[in-house]
Design a protein around this ligand. Structure first.
Ligand code: ADP
Length: 396
């Protein structure tokens, strides 16, 4: 620190001493006043013979008035009177060698009184300023408190608004999902009811089949919503085990609906012995969600590339699933793993969905210590690449 900065700090501290005293406990203040008296009287008796005045008594009166205001003034007047009396007696007995004491004493007494009054006024002025400052500080604190409370209320309101928006979105998605199977079910039942007797057995069986399929669709939707709410509210703990990725994917592909997967050309590019540490149920559900999205959003007779990559032996293993569908627009990429989010182009479109599939994928991947993200140029035909990253078995 520069020397003039140090001098500045020192001067500031010195300037603050009189104010710092005001915050001391009254015992300490009394001690300071008593000490100033000792200094004052010694000064009086030592200096009086040579200087002919009691100026050293100014010190105790200034300090007493500063610390105790008019009470201090009264006390010092009494004590100064006593001190001058004793000094007078000492002079009369020849113990102090001056004769002009009486005049000096009276003048000293009057100037001390004047000085004390001035110090008392000064102290009153300082008290007023301190009080005003405290009031300003208290008002500022109150203002900040109110501001904080307002911010908290605004935050809570915003959260509530978001929850409501999510709820509305969820209801919109679900009601949209419900509409198609309900219409088919209602229509088929109506026809069967109105014309059942007059329909030939094949047509009747067809309407019956439509009704049953729609009912199954509805039941599946209810199950999906229930599953989703269960997963959202309480993700079970992952039970990870060593999984051979290639084998697992082949099994999973074999269990997809044959007519759905047969509509695409699937390329599986996966080294042997690629072992991840994952919960088979969670991973199965994630892959199932990704493939059911492909079946919903990616045109048939296109290619799907599945590749497994591990950059180095201990690195996380990536499973990338690339399709040739419409892709994800850049401004919506960061949103699609959020709850109830569907792309704008699919909202209200013919393809049904709750906007929960990818959100659930993200929760499940994170529960396994992994990650999921999507890469897409957003250009139709260039598709999307959903990437899963999972811990390798070797790192355990
Ligand atoms: P859902 O399919 O039930 O709407 P998801 O969370 O599974 O919900 O998907 C969110 C949105 O992401 C979908 O609505 C769809 O707009 C978009 N999406 C998902 N997968 C693909 C994909 N492979 N290609 C293009 N868009 C997709």
């Amino acid at each position: 620190m520069k020397y003039y900065a140090r001098i500045g700090i020192l001067l500031h501290r010195l300037r603050m001493i009189p104010l710092a005293w005001l915050n001391l406990p009254w015992r300490s203040q009394l001690l300071i006043a008593a000490l100033s008296y000792v200094v004052g009287i010694s000064g009086l008796w030592l200096l009086f013979p040579s200087t002919h005045n009691g100026v050293s008594m100014f010190l105790p009166i200034v300090i007493a008035c500063w610390l105790f205001r008019y009470r201090g003034l009264l006390a010092t007047m009494v004590l100064n009177g006593l001190t001058f009396q004793i000094t007078y007696i000492l002079l009369l007995r020849g113990l102090l060698p001056d004769q002009a004491f009486v005049v000096g004493g009276i003048v000293g007494f009057i100037t001390s009184l004047g000085l004390g009054v001035i110090v008392c006024w000064l102290r009153a002025a300082v008290d007023q300023v301190r009080m005003a400052r405290q009031q300003i500080l208290a008002a500022e604190q109150q203002r900040l408190l109110v501001q904080l409370q307002e911010q908290q209320i605004a935050l809570a309101y915003e959260q509530q608004r978001k929850i409501n928006a999510l709820k509305d979105q969820f209801l919109l998605n679900v009601s949209h999902e419900l509409r198609t199977p309900l219409t088919v079910l209602g229509g088929s039942l109506e026809i069967l009811n109105d014309f059942g007797e007059r329909l030939d057995p094949t047509t009747r069986a067809q309407y019956m089949k439509h009704a049953i399929e729609s009912q199954e669709d509805l039941a599946a939707l209810v199950d999906r919503v229930l599953d989703a709410t269960e997963i959202i509210s309480d993700i079970p703990n992952a039970k990870p085990e060593a999984i051979d990725v290639r084998h697992f994917l082949q099994e999973m592909l074999a269990h997809l609906k044959a007519h759905e997967i047969a509509a695409y050309t699937v390329h599986l590019q996966m080294p042997d012995q690629l072992m991840v540490w994952a919960d088979p149920q969670f991973l199965g559900q994630v892959l199932h969600n990704l493939f059911s999205n492909i079946f919903k959003y990616v045109p048939t007779r296109t290619e799907i590339h599945i590749e497994g990559v591990q950059a180095e032996p201990t690195a996380f293993i990536n499973i990338n699933i690339q399709d040739e569908g419409p892709g994800i627009p850049a401004d919506e990429i960061s949103l699609i793993f959020e709850k109830f989010v569907r792309l704008k182009r699919d909202m209200g479109g013919p393809t049904r969905g709750t906007g929960l599939g990818l959100y659930i994928c993200k929760q499940l991947m994170e529960a396994m210590g992994g990650r999921i993200w999507v890469e897409s140029s957003g250009q139709p035909g260039q598709g999307s690449r959903f990437c899963l990253s999972l811990p390798p078995v070797t790192s355990r």
